[in-house]
Write a protein that binds this ligand. Sequence first.
Ligand SMILES: NC(=O)C1=CN([C@@H]2O[C@H](COP(=O)(O)OP(=O)(O)OC[C@H]3O[C@@H](n4cnc5c(N)ncnc54)[C@H](OP(=O)(O)O)[C@@H]3O)[C@@H](O)[C@H]2O)C=CC1
Ligand SMILES: CC(=O)C(=O)O
Ligand SMILES: [Mg+2]
Length: 533
Amino acid sequence: MSVAVMSSALPTPFSAHASIPPHITETDHVQRSLVQLRSKSDGLEQYIFLNGLKERDPSLFYKILLSNMMEIIPILYTPTASVGDACTYYSQIWRHPEGLYISIKHKGHIRQILRQYPVGANPRIAVVTDGSRILGLGDLGANGLPISIGKLDLYIAGAGIRPSSVIPICLDVGTNTQRIIDDPLYIGLTNTVLCARKQMEEFMEEFMSAVSEVFPELLVQFEDFSTDNAFKYLDLFRARYRVFNDDIQGTGAVVLSGFLNAARISSAASGIPLTEHKILFFGAGSSGIGVAKQLVSFFTELGMNADEAKKHIYTVDSKGLITADRKGLQEHKKFFARTDYEGPALTNLADIVKYVQPTALLGLSTIGGAFTEEVVKLMAAMNKRPIIFPLSNPVSKCELSFKDAINWTNGRVVFASGSPYKPVVHEGTTYEAGQGNNMYMFPGIGLGAILSKSEHITDAMVEKAAIALSTSLNEEESSHELVYPRLERIRDISAQIALAVARQAHKDGVENNSVLRNLNDYDALRHIKGKMW
Ligand SMILES: NC(=O)C1=CN([C@@H]2O[C@H](COP(=O)(O)OP(=O)(O)OC[C@H]3O[C@@H](n4cnc5c(N)ncnc54)[C@H](OP(=O)(O)O)[C@@H]3O)[C@@H](O)[C@H]2O)C=CC1
Ligand SMILES: CC(=O)C(=O)O
Ligand SMILES: [Mg+2]
């Protein structure tokens, strides 16, 4: 029952509302719900509470979400323990349908399934996962749905997309994780040996064709697909459908944005120009390579050719520094494989740091604590202001805690992490961590794409989104050396990103909204904000 209904005029007929105590008002019920939420100390319990509230009383849920974003987003979306735990234990905590499961068994019938989905007439954004690489937690199969739900909650809170316009979708193509298959409560398919490559491709083709036909205005965001499939499906579909991959492109853009601001701070201390930074990627999967490509693309805008630009980048995977002479190198790693290293394989991160002498160390590896004291102190010895971004999620997989980063560099680090950290006080100074998370990026990209009615998401649109984010810092944020704006401003930021995306979509010839196109920037920004729910 909605509080909005309860607090309206006199209830009629009286008996239908006699169960509601006389002194319940909308305002105090919001407070009551927050008190109930805050009484739960465990992140998973808080997640379950909010999930139940959304089911019982969506209007109250969204009211609480919108007016307490800083408190609620970390529970529903930001990869602290709660949403990670929600995925890990989704089969245990499942209570009611809250998204769409399209399984491999629906192959041949996906259109019919989609036509039955009870949403508003015109859904605009779907976050689609197959659960095969959920955060840094690995293959969780059908338990991955809360990631799609959380991302869509951020679209609603951060970009003002209407709740009725979003669809969380999990593609259930089986799981390889034995612990999950053995769980008697597992909600997904267990008797499916993971689909053969060809069958999976046919399934994805049918899904994309069906979803775009049944929901013609839909933007599809691919989320947390395993590495090979993430690259493959982005390449396969981006020219044909309105689709982007958040882990490759959203992360590429958010890290480029933070890197530009971090490099400015670091370069001011060292005198090293932007074009001479050396960036070491620890982790060379979908997000690591996505970010590396985004940096190369940006460096080429500065006048370098791609071969020069890639010399600034070193990549490391589970076997060590990636070199071109390695046998059986996966396709996505080849472009960045070093041809200039001669010697025995470098497998230890500290040795790699000594060899590369990077100005920036970025972690997208899923290996919690990988940036050891030795590694961080090496970075601090080589750089006046070392840039260290441990970006893996959830927080248990983060390569370095903010406290250690501050302590081990004596406060000199320029830091952003994928998961949030509280401020740290060191020798009387308070330091704030940046949150280098694609949550800053995808709401604005999605909003820009749907308002401009873009047919595709081009690379240039993503890059302009990154630049819009990096230039959105206000004076107060810059004076605190933040590399990302405060999350409180996400709606304003999303509008600015959406405008940059729409403008570039026009230049790239993929947009279809003459109203937005013909407005000057000031009015276009107002128009975009006016469209927010
Ligand atoms: N902050 C943000 O906005 C985002 C953060 N992420 C996080 O980044 C992490 C990685 O995601 P994603 O790239 O999609 O995952 P992938 O599985 O595609 O890539 C992981 C990479 O880490 C490497 N790796 C694994 N173990 C080690 C090790 N011991 N030493 C060095 N490298 C290792 C893997 O090596 P190999 O190739 O040899 O297997 C692989 O290259 C996740 O935790 C995810 O949550 C992702 C997207 C956005
Ligand atoms: C943030 C995100 O998309 C991830 O960790 O996968
Ligand atoms: Mg992701």
